[in-house]
Design a protein around this ligand. Sequence first.
Ligand code: UDP
Ligand code: MG
Length: 333
Amino acid sequence: MPNDPAGLFAPAASVCELSLVIPAFNEAGVLGDAVAAIARSAAEVTADYEILVVDDGSSDATWPTVTAAHEADARVCGLRLSRNFGKDAALSAGIKHSRGRAVVVLDADLQHPPALIPELYRAWRRGAEIVNGIKRDRTKEPFIRRALSRMFHLAASRLTGLDFNNSSDFKLLDRRVVNAWLALPERRSFFRGMVAWLGFRAEDIYFDVAPRAGGGGSKYGVWRLARMAWSAASSYSVAPLHIIHFLSATFLSVGVVLGARAFYQKLTGQAIGGFTTVIILELLMGGFILLSLGIIAEYLAAIYEETKCRPRYIVAESLPAGYRGTIAPETHS
Ligand code: UDP
Ligand code: MG
């Protein structure tokens, strides 16, 4: 048996009714309560559930908290990633390893109310293949964040043609959806976008965003949100490339007209100064070309990242040891 910390070669675990996948990054303060609340809500609909916490390279006591919860109740399982890979990667790991016929993903900070789990579950039993948690009211969040997230959703919807409005990562996925999602090969995963792209019969459930439990701020600063927005846009849309194409064509047409005019003036001997026009044109064109190159470079970078075929995450440890979902065989993807 090779060195097998993540239990890649252990026999497949059996299926269960409901998996609850929780990505957690430095959530020791709230994780214990969250797991308890989630377990209580899940127990209302089935006893056959598992709670799978993915520790996304936390530097606090998140993993010991998972260990304690696992020792108290074997239905609590855990994966520890080898470093912080980001929420979407943590979600990938959790979903990949989950065993449920239905899989609910929710945050560790109780902003996705566990009390809604029965409602999600019932919507699934009624036939929905995806149940989306939709944020009803964000007025409790700071204004700048609200504005940013509205911009993010609007841009994402416009660019991709998929509806993201106020959607969140609080979702229930049927096993069919999970399997389809797992078959998407890209490395730069953006959970919400990928789920929206998949299609399937979806139902929406509205919830109020509670204030973050356990104190501390969101793990997403403005910069990280902006990076995420760009990564989502460039992963899901080639619209920016079309836009620069269109703009270049427009610039070129204007250039041809102005050039023809200048030439005519030269021929008829009316050519004068015109220094300002030249400078402005020069600056505009230079700026535009650099911007276009920048956008193309971003796509190039994205393609470069994808061609490396690096795994989305690396599992360092699991609870129980050798834990893995029903979907074999490569764990590191
Ligand atoms: N999270 C994660 N990895 C990260 C950042 C966040 O697993 O690099 C988890 C975090 O522990 C929480 C969820 O993702 O369970 C949402 O994070 P947060 O509450 O900071 O984001 P927001 O509520 O602002 O969207
Ligand atoms: Mg949060």
